[in-house]
Design a protein around this ligand. Structure first.
Ligand code: GLA
Length: 385
Protein backbone atom coordinates (compact mmCIF):
# COMPACT_ATOMS: atom_id res chain seq x y z
CA UNK A 1 0.00 0.00 0.00
CA UNK A 2 2.73 2.36 1.01
CA UNK A 3 4.61 1.76 -2.27
CA UNK A 4 1.49 2.55 -4.33
CA UNK A 5 1.04 5.78 -2.40
CA UNK A 6 4.59 6.85 -3.11
CA UNK A 7 4.16 6.01 -6.78
CA UNK A 8 1.03 8.05 -6.97
CA UNK A 9 2.73 10.98 -5.32
CA UNK A 10 5.68 10.76 -7.72
CA UNK A 11 3.36 10.54 -10.75
CA UNK A 12 1.34 13.49 -9.47
CA UNK A 13 4.53 15.50 -8.90
CA UNK A 14 5.89 14.69 -12.36
CA UNK A 15 2.58 15.78 -13.87
CA UNK A 16 2.63 19.11 -12.03
CA UNK A 17 6.29 19.77 -13.00
CA UNK A 18 5.59 18.79 -16.62
CA UNK A 19 2.59 21.12 -16.85
CA UNK A 20 4.41 24.07 -15.36
CA UNK A 21 7.40 23.50 -17.70
CA UNK A 22 5.04 23.50 -20.65
CA UNK A 23 3.44 26.66 -19.33
CA UNK A 24 6.88 28.29 -18.98
CA UNK A 25 7.80 27.33 -22.53
CA UNK A 26 4.52 28.65 -23.88
CA UNK A 27 4.95 31.75 -21.80
CA UNK A 28 8.47 32.47 -23.13
CA UNK A 29 7.37 31.76 -26.72
CA UNK A 30 4.47 34.12 -26.24
CA UNK A 31 6.69 36.79 -24.78
CA UNK A 32 9.14 36.48 -27.66
CA UNK A 33 6.42 37.07 -30.18
CA UNK A 34 5.10 39.96 -28.13
CA UNK A 35 8.64 41.31 -28.30
CA UNK A 36 8.52 41.49 -32.09
CA UNK A 37 6.18 44.06 -33.55
CA UNK A 38 5.51 44.40 -37.28
CA UNK A 39 4.44 47.72 -38.83
CA UNK A 40 4.24 49.44 -42.22
CA UNK A 41 7.47 51.25 -43.02
CA UNK A 42 7.16 52.75 -46.50
CA UNK A 43 6.41 52.18 -50.17
CA UNK A 44 9.11 51.93 -52.86
CA UNK A 45 8.92 53.71 -56.24
CA UNK A 46 7.75 50.36 -57.70
CA UNK A 47 4.87 50.28 -55.20
CA UNK A 48 6.25 47.53 -52.99
CA UNK A 49 5.25 48.03 -49.39
CA UNK A 50 8.06 47.58 -46.91
CA UNK A 51 7.57 46.32 -43.36
CA UNK A 52 9.47 47.23 -40.24
CA UNK A 53 10.16 44.67 -37.47
CA UNK A 54 10.82 46.00 -33.98
CA UNK A 55 12.52 43.66 -31.50
CA UNK A 56 12.58 44.56 -27.80
CA UNK A 57 14.58 42.75 -25.12
CA UNK A 58 13.72 42.51 -21.42
CA UNK A 59 15.72 45.70 -20.66
CA UNK A 60 13.81 47.75 -23.24
CA UNK A 61 16.64 47.78 -25.80
CA UNK A 62 15.21 47.99 -29.32
CA UNK A 63 16.31 46.82 -32.77
CA UNK A 64 14.46 47.92 -35.92
CA UNK A 65 14.90 46.05 -39.20
CA UNK A 66 13.22 46.43 -42.59
CA UNK A 67 12.72 43.77 -45.26
CA UNK A 68 14.43 46.01 -47.85
CA UNK A 69 18.18 45.23 -47.80
CA UNK A 70 17.81 43.58 -44.37
CA UNK A 71 18.59 47.09 -43.17
CA UNK A 72 18.93 47.93 -39.48
CA UNK A 73 17.24 51.33 -39.24
CA UNK A 74 17.65 51.75 -35.48
CA UNK A 75 19.37 50.11 -32.49
CA UNK A 76 19.27 51.54 -29.00
CA UNK A 77 21.83 51.13 -26.20
CA UNK A 78 21.98 52.45 -22.63
CA UNK A 79 24.32 55.21 -21.45
CA UNK A 80 25.88 55.42 -17.97
CA UNK A 81 22.58 56.81 -16.60
CA UNK A 82 20.55 53.97 -18.11
CA UNK A 83 19.19 56.13 -20.94
CA UNK A 84 18.53 54.11 -24.12
CA UNK A 85 19.32 56.04 -27.31
CA UNK A 86 19.74 55.15 -30.97
CA UNK A 87 23.38 54.33 -31.81
CA UNK A 88 23.23 53.48 -35.55
CA UNK A 89 23.19 56.01 -38.37
CA UNK A 90 20.22 56.07 -40.70
CA UNK A 91 18.05 58.20 -42.94
CA UNK A 92 15.00 60.14 -41.80
CA UNK A 93 13.01 59.27 -44.96
CA UNK A 94 12.31 55.66 -46.09
CA UNK A 95 12.86 56.60 -49.76
CA UNK A 96 16.52 57.42 -49.08
CA UNK A 97 17.06 53.73 -48.29
CA UNK A 98 15.06 52.65 -51.35
CA UNK A 99 16.72 55.04 -53.85
CA UNK A 100 20.33 53.98 -53.69
CA UNK A 101 21.40 54.19 -50.01
CA UNK A 102 24.76 55.71 -51.08
CA UNK A 103 26.50 54.94 -47.78
CA UNK A 104 25.04 51.41 -47.35
CA UNK A 105 23.55 52.54 -44.00
CA UNK A 106 22.64 49.50 -41.86
CA UNK A 107 22.47 47.08 -44.79
CA UNK A 108 23.23 43.41 -45.24
CA UNK A 109 26.06 43.22 -47.75
CA UNK A 110 26.59 40.48 -50.34
CA UNK A 111 27.28 38.48 -52.31
CA UNK A 112 30.80 39.82 -51.71
CA UNK A 113 31.35 42.49 -49.05
CA UNK A 114 34.20 44.94 -49.79
CA UNK A 115 36.11 45.26 -53.07
CA UNK A 116 37.09 42.88 -55.87
CA UNK A 117 39.84 44.30 -58.10
CA UNK A 118 38.90 45.19 -61.68
CA UNK A 119 35.47 43.65 -61.07
CA UNK A 120 36.57 40.18 -62.13
CA UNK A 121 37.90 36.90 -60.81
CA UNK A 122 38.59 33.39 -62.06
CA UNK A 123 37.05 30.27 -60.58
CA UNK A 124 37.61 26.71 -61.77
CA UNK A 125 39.26 28.02 -64.95
CA UNK A 126 36.48 30.44 -65.88
CA UNK A 127 36.64 34.25 -65.65
CA UNK A 128 33.62 36.05 -64.21
CA UNK A 129 32.97 39.75 -64.82
CA UNK A 130 30.97 41.27 -62.00
CA UNK A 131 29.33 44.68 -61.66
CA UNK A 132 31.88 47.53 -61.77
CA UNK A 133 30.40 50.09 -59.38
CA UNK A 134 33.46 51.61 -57.66
CA UNK A 135 35.92 53.03 -60.19
CA UNK A 136 37.60 50.00 -61.79
CA UNK A 137 36.44 47.69 -58.97
CA UNK A 138 33.31 45.99 -57.70
CA UNK A 139 32.15 47.06 -54.23
CA UNK A 140 29.71 45.35 -51.86
CA UNK A 141 28.23 42.90 -54.37
CA UNK A 142 27.61 45.46 -57.15
CA UNK A 143 25.07 48.24 -57.65
CA UNK A 144 22.18 45.85 -57.11
CA UNK A 145 23.85 43.95 -54.26
CA UNK A 146 21.96 42.33 -51.38
CA UNK A 147 21.47 45.78 -49.79
CA UNK A 148 18.87 46.54 -52.51
CA UNK A 149 16.98 43.24 -52.32
CA UNK A 150 13.71 42.23 -50.67
CA UNK A 151 14.44 39.80 -47.88
CA UNK A 152 11.80 37.44 -46.61
CA UNK A 153 11.53 37.98 -42.85
CA UNK A 154 9.99 35.65 -40.28
CA UNK A 155 10.09 36.00 -36.50
CA UNK A 156 11.55 32.76 -35.08
CA UNK A 157 8.89 31.24 -32.80
CA UNK A 158 10.96 28.92 -30.59
CA UNK A 159 14.01 31.18 -30.08
CA UNK A 160 15.27 32.03 -26.59
CA UNK A 161 15.46 35.75 -27.41
CA UNK A 162 13.64 37.88 -30.00
CA UNK A 163 15.02 36.63 -33.33
CA UNK A 164 14.34 37.39 -36.99
CA UNK A 165 15.12 34.97 -39.78
CA UNK A 166 15.92 36.71 -43.06
CA UNK A 167 16.18 34.71 -46.27
CA UNK A 168 17.12 35.65 -49.81
CA UNK A 169 17.90 33.60 -52.90
CA UNK A 170 20.38 35.18 -55.27
CA UNK A 171 19.93 33.88 -58.81
CA UNK A 172 22.76 32.26 -60.79
CA UNK A 173 24.45 35.14 -62.65
CA UNK A 174 23.07 37.94 -60.46
CA UNK A 175 25.49 40.89 -60.65
CA UNK A 176 27.78 38.50 -62.59
CA UNK A 177 28.34 35.94 -59.81
CA UNK A 178 28.04 32.24 -60.64
CA UNK A 179 25.67 29.89 -58.81
CA UNK A 180 22.27 30.19 -57.20
CA UNK A 181 23.04 31.23 -53.63
CA UNK A 182 20.52 30.62 -50.82
CA UNK A 183 21.22 32.92 -47.88
CA UNK A 184 19.85 32.89 -44.32
CA UNK A 185 20.67 35.57 -41.77
CA UNK A 186 19.49 35.56 -38.14
CA UNK A 187 19.27 38.79 -36.13
CA UNK A 188 18.92 38.12 -32.38
CA UNK A 189 18.60 40.69 -29.62
CA UNK A 190 19.73 39.01 -26.40
CA UNK A 191 18.87 39.99 -22.84
CA UNK A 192 22.50 40.93 -22.17
CA UNK A 193 22.14 43.75 -24.73
CA UNK A 194 23.87 42.03 -27.62
CA UNK A 195 22.93 41.99 -31.28
CA UNK A 196 23.93 38.62 -32.69
CA UNK A 197 24.13 38.13 -36.45
CA UNK A 198 24.47 34.62 -37.90
CA UNK A 199 25.00 34.02 -41.60
CA UNK A 200 24.53 30.84 -43.63
CA UNK A 201 24.63 30.20 -47.36
CA UNK A 202 24.66 27.31 -49.82
CA UNK A 203 25.21 27.28 -53.57
CA UNK A 204 24.50 25.03 -56.55
CA UNK A 205 27.74 26.02 -58.40
CA UNK A 206 31.17 27.09 -57.20
CA UNK A 207 31.04 30.78 -56.24
CA UNK A 208 32.59 33.33 -53.85
CA UNK A 209 30.83 34.63 -50.71
CA UNK A 210 31.72 37.29 -48.14
CA UNK A 211 28.71 38.51 -46.18
CA UNK A 212 28.74 41.39 -43.71
CA UNK A 213 26.62 44.02 -41.99
CA UNK A 214 27.18 47.70 -42.77
CA UNK A 215 25.81 49.49 -39.68
CA UNK A 216 27.53 52.75 -38.81
CA UNK A 217 27.82 53.42 -35.10
CA UNK A 218 27.93 56.65 -33.15
CA UNK A 219 27.67 55.94 -29.42
CA UNK A 220 27.18 59.60 -28.42
CA UNK A 221 23.42 59.67 -28.99
CA UNK A 222 23.90 62.68 -31.29
CA UNK A 223 24.47 61.80 -34.95
CA UNK A 224 25.72 65.29 -35.84
CA UNK A 225 28.83 64.76 -33.67
CA UNK A 226 31.99 63.19 -35.08
CA UNK A 227 33.19 59.82 -33.82
CA UNK A 228 36.84 60.89 -33.44
CA UNK A 229 36.42 61.02 -29.62
CA UNK A 230 35.39 57.34 -29.45
CA UNK A 231 38.18 55.14 -28.06
CA UNK A 232 38.86 52.05 -30.12
CA UNK A 233 40.81 48.89 -29.52
CA UNK A 234 41.32 46.23 -32.23
CA UNK A 235 42.94 42.87 -31.49
CA UNK A 236 45.11 42.84 -34.58
CA UNK A 237 48.89 43.01 -34.97
CA UNK A 238 48.70 43.44 -38.74
CA UNK A 239 46.59 45.19 -41.36
CA UNK A 240 46.30 45.16 -45.14
CA UNK A 241 47.78 48.22 -46.88
CA UNK A 242 45.88 49.27 -50.03
CA UNK A 243 46.55 50.87 -53.41
CA UNK A 244 44.90 54.09 -54.73
CA UNK A 245 41.60 52.26 -55.42
CA UNK A 246 41.56 50.65 -51.93
CA UNK A 247 42.53 47.16 -53.12
CA UNK A 248 44.99 45.37 -50.77
CA UNK A 249 48.50 45.31 -52.18
CA UNK A 250 48.97 41.79 -50.75
CA UNK A 251 51.36 42.94 -48.05
CA UNK A 252 50.43 42.05 -44.45
CA UNK A 253 51.93 44.92 -42.49
CA UNK A 254 52.65 45.12 -38.75
CA UNK A 255 50.64 47.94 -37.09
CA UNK A 256 53.32 48.56 -34.44
CA UNK A 257 54.56 52.14 -34.36
CA UNK A 258 52.03 53.30 -37.01
CA UNK A 259 48.66 55.15 -36.85
CA UNK A 260 47.11 51.71 -37.52
CA UNK A 261 48.11 50.43 -34.10
CA UNK A 262 44.89 50.00 -32.08
CA UNK A 263 46.24 47.12 -29.98
CA UNK A 264 45.96 49.50 -27.02
CA UNK A 265 42.76 51.57 -26.88
CA UNK A 266 43.11 55.13 -28.25
CA UNK A 267 40.75 57.82 -29.58
CA UNK A 268 39.92 57.25 -33.26
CA UNK A 269 40.99 60.84 -33.92
CA UNK A 270 44.40 60.57 -32.22
CA UNK A 271 46.45 59.69 -35.31
CA UNK A 272 43.82 59.99 -38.06
CA UNK A 273 45.32 63.16 -39.55
CA UNK A 274 48.95 61.93 -39.42
CA UNK A 275 51.11 62.36 -42.47
CA UNK A 276 50.76 58.75 -43.59
CA UNK A 277 50.45 57.43 -47.13
CA UNK A 278 47.85 54.77 -46.18
CA UNK A 279 45.68 57.28 -44.31
CA UNK A 280 45.82 59.55 -47.36
CA UNK A 281 44.74 56.70 -49.65
CA UNK A 282 41.81 55.85 -47.36
CA UNK A 283 40.95 59.52 -46.58
CA UNK A 284 41.24 58.24 -43.02
CA UNK A 285 40.80 54.65 -41.84
CA UNK A 286 39.24 52.41 -44.48
CA UNK A 287 41.31 49.26 -44.17
CA UNK A 288 41.08 45.62 -43.21
CA UNK A 289 42.76 44.53 -40.00
CA UNK A 290 44.04 40.93 -39.82
CA UNK A 291 42.48 39.77 -36.58
CA UNK A 292 44.59 37.87 -34.06
CA UNK A 293 43.49 34.33 -33.24
CA UNK A 294 40.73 32.28 -34.81
CA UNK A 295 37.25 31.02 -33.97
CA UNK A 296 34.69 33.09 -32.08
CA UNK A 297 36.64 35.72 -30.10
CA UNK A 298 36.64 39.31 -28.90
CA UNK A 299 38.10 41.38 -31.72
CA UNK A 300 37.33 45.00 -30.92
CA UNK A 301 36.04 47.32 -28.23
CA UNK A 302 34.75 50.87 -28.54
CA UNK A 303 34.23 53.25 -25.62
CA UNK A 304 32.58 56.64 -25.72
CA UNK A 305 33.80 58.47 -22.57
CA UNK A 306 31.05 61.10 -22.37
CA UNK A 307 28.09 58.74 -22.52
CA UNK A 308 29.88 55.78 -20.91
CA UNK A 309 28.66 53.52 -23.74
CA UNK A 310 30.80 50.51 -24.61
CA UNK A 311 30.47 48.29 -27.67
CA UNK A 312 32.39 45.03 -27.90
CA UNK A 313 32.65 43.10 -31.15
CA UNK A 314 33.06 39.33 -31.37
CA UNK A 315 33.39 37.33 -34.56
CA UNK A 316 34.70 34.12 -36.09
CA UNK A 317 35.84 35.98 -39.25
CA UNK A 318 39.54 36.54 -40.04
CA UNK A 319 39.22 40.29 -40.73
CA UNK A 320 37.44 43.52 -39.92
CA UNK A 321 37.09 46.59 -42.12
CA UNK A 322 37.40 49.59 -39.83
CA UNK A 323 35.95 52.49 -41.78
CA UNK A 324 35.91 55.92 -40.15
CA UNK A 325 33.04 57.36 -42.21
CA UNK A 326 35.30 59.27 -44.61
CA UNK A 327 32.76 59.38 -47.44
CA UNK A 328 29.96 60.84 -45.30
CA UNK A 329 29.39 64.22 -46.91
CA UNK A 330 26.55 65.98 -45.10
CA UNK A 331 23.98 65.48 -47.89
CA UNK A 332 21.34 63.89 -45.65
CA UNK A 333 19.68 64.82 -42.35
CA UNK A 334 20.53 62.71 -39.33
CA UNK A 335 17.84 61.13 -37.13
CA UNK A 336 18.77 63.49 -34.26
CA UNK A 337 19.09 66.76 -36.22
CA UNK A 338 21.93 68.23 -38.29
CA UNK A 339 23.56 66.38 -41.19
CA UNK A 340 25.48 63.14 -41.61
CA UNK A 341 28.82 64.93 -42.00
CA UNK A 342 32.37 63.63 -42.52
CA UNK A 343 33.26 61.07 -39.82
CA UNK A 344 30.01 61.19 -37.88
CA UNK A 345 29.85 57.37 -37.89
CA UNK A 346 32.22 54.40 -38.04
CA UNK A 347 31.84 50.81 -39.21
CA UNK A 348 33.44 47.62 -37.96
CA UNK A 349 32.53 45.27 -40.81
CA UNK A 350 33.57 41.73 -39.91
CA UNK A 351 34.50 39.74 -43.00
CA UNK A 352 37.08 37.86 -45.06
CA UNK A 353 39.74 40.01 -46.68
CA UNK A 354 38.94 42.28 -49.64
CA UNK A 355 39.79 40.92 -53.09
CA UNK A 356 40.35 37.38 -51.75
CA UNK A 357 39.16 35.78 -55.03
CA UNK A 358 42.23 37.36 -56.72
CA UNK A 359 44.71 36.92 -53.87
CA UNK A 360 45.61 33.25 -53.32
CA UNK A 361 47.56 34.03 -50.11
CA UNK A 362 44.34 35.24 -48.38
CA UNK A 363 41.90 32.82 -46.66
CA UNK A 364 39.59 31.44 -49.35
CA UNK A 365 36.10 32.84 -49.92
CA UNK A 366 35.11 30.09 -52.32
CA UNK A 367 31.94 28.11 -51.67
CA UNK A 368 31.23 24.87 -53.47
CA UNK A 369 28.01 22.88 -53.82
CA UNK A 370 27.52 20.65 -50.76
CA UNK A 371 29.43 23.07 -48.49
CA UNK A 372 27.81 25.47 -46.05
CA UNK A 373 29.02 29.05 -45.55
CA UNK A 374 28.71 29.99 -41.87
CA UNK A 375 29.79 33.11 -40.00
CA UNK A 376 28.75 34.90 -36.83
CA UNK A 377 29.28 38.37 -35.36
CA UNK A 378 28.13 39.88 -32.07
CA UNK A 379 27.89 43.57 -31.16
CA UNK A 380 27.52 43.71 -27.37
CA UNK A 381 26.64 46.89 -25.50
CA UNK A 382 27.40 47.82 -21.91
CA UNK A 383 28.49 50.87 -19.89
CA UNK A 384 31.64 51.98 -18.12
CA UNK A 385 31.11 54.53 -15.35
C1 GLA B 1 33.00 50.32 -47.07
C2 GLA B 1 34.18 50.70 -47.88
C3 GLA B 1 34.30 52.19 -47.94
C4 GLA B 1 33.01 52.81 -48.44
C5 GLA B 1 31.88 52.35 -47.57
C6 GLA B 1 30.54 52.83 -48.08
O1 GLA B 1 33.24 50.46 -45.75
O2 GLA B 1 35.37 50.14 -47.41
O3 GLA B 1 35.35 52.56 -48.79
O4 GLA B 1 32.78 52.44 -49.76
O5 GLA B 1 31.83 50.96 -47.52
O6 GLA B 1 30.51 54.20 -48.27
Amino acid sequence: MKIINYNLIIIALLFVVGCSKKENNNQSQKENMENIQVSDYGVTAKDDSIKKYTLTNKNGMKLEVINFGGIITSLTAPDKNGKYEDVVLGFTKPEDYFNGNPYYFGALIGRYGNRIANAKFALEGKTYNIDKNDGPNSLHGGKEGFHTKFWNIEPVKDAKFPTLKLTYTSADGEEGYPGKLSVTVLYTLTDDNALEISYEATTDKATVVNLTQHSYFNLSGNFAKTITDHELQINADKFLPVNETLIPTGEQKAVKGSPFDFTVSKPIGKDINSDDDQLKKGKGYDHNWILNGSGMRNIAKVYHPQSGRVMEVLTDEPGVQFYSGNFLDGKFDTKTGGKNEFRTGFCLETQHFPDSPNQPSFPSTELKPGQKYQAKTIYKFSVKK
